[in-house]
Design a protein around this ligand. Structure first.
Ligand SMILES: C[S@@+](CC[C@H](N)C(=O)[O-])C[C@H]1O[C@@H](n2cnc3c(N)ncnc32)[C@H](O)[C@@H]1O
Length: 216
């Protein structure tokens, strides 16, 4: 997906992926990490899930292309932050560091983000936002940023790919396991088709959201 595709979505506020409340899978199933553990939220948008993670005592780092998303996140959650321009190996990023909660937002291309040693990843609508030909590089990048014994939490979607296509893309267990080369534990599976009229109108009869924990 081109950067402009996403910048445009934010500009015209076509952000149907954004959820007002914290994801129930996160609240019910996110593994307990050590206090102060570093959690990476790739392709974070303006998700309030980052607030919940920070409230659990984790140091949250979100990475997002759109600076509009960062401003919306701060404003909607009444957070103040400092703003700094930085370079990561020659690539430009803007970093917002929140004052009240331990959240940093790196605005730039995740594929160029190279700060490492994360204890966990929270991936909701990140892997499944990317077309198949970008997923391997995405997971390689994530893997390069993780500390040993890290936990990876992934929320995926499965539907009949002969009827509809993404984003969000349908990504099945086999692909997740083969990309991550980790065992995948299914934590929950829910059919969201009743509440997803857009996907029903395309002819889908199921739209299953799955929550996975990938462990070493
Ligand atoms: C489907 S949205 C999901 C956002 C968030 N995870 C959520 O649950 O609301 C995907 C997000 O990834 C961002 N994005 C896409 N490509 C990116 C890239 N290469 N680097 C950083 N962010 C990216 C988009 O701007 C968009 O906000």
């Amino acid at each position: 997906m081109e950067h402009n595709f996403w910048h445009n979505k934010w500009q015209i506020n076509q952000i149907g992926f954004h959820q007002k409340d914290e994801h129930s899978g996160l609240i019910n199933h996110f593994p307990k990490l050590a206090s102060g553990a570093k959690v990476l939220v790739p392709l974070c948008g303006k998700t309030v899930d980052m607030i919940w993670l920070a409230q659990q005592g984790y140091h949250v780092v979100g990475v997002e292309l759109s600076e509009l998303a960062a401003h919306a996140f701060l404003e909607e959650n009444q957070l103040t932050a400092t703003r700094k321009d930085i370079q990561l190996e020659g690539h430009s990023f803007v970093v917002f560091t929140c004052e009240a909660l331990r959240i940093e937002l790196y605005i730039g291309d995740f594929f160029k983000f190279n700060i490492s040693d994360f204890d966990g990843i929270y991936d909701r609508a990140a892997l499944i936002a990317l077309p198949e030909n970008m997923r391997s590089e995405y997971v390689q990048r994530c893997r390069s940023l993780l500390a040993a014994k890290s936990k990876v939490f992934v929320v995926s979607i499965e539907y009949d790919k002969t009827i509809a296509s993404g984003p969000p893309f349908s990504v099945e267990e086999q692909e997740i396991v083969s990309l991550w080369e980790r065992e995948a534990h299914l934590l929950s599976a829910d059919d969201l088709i009743e509440q997803e009229s857009r996907w029903r109108e395309k002819g889908l009869t199921s739209f299953i959201e799955k929550v996975w924990l990938l462990e070493c």
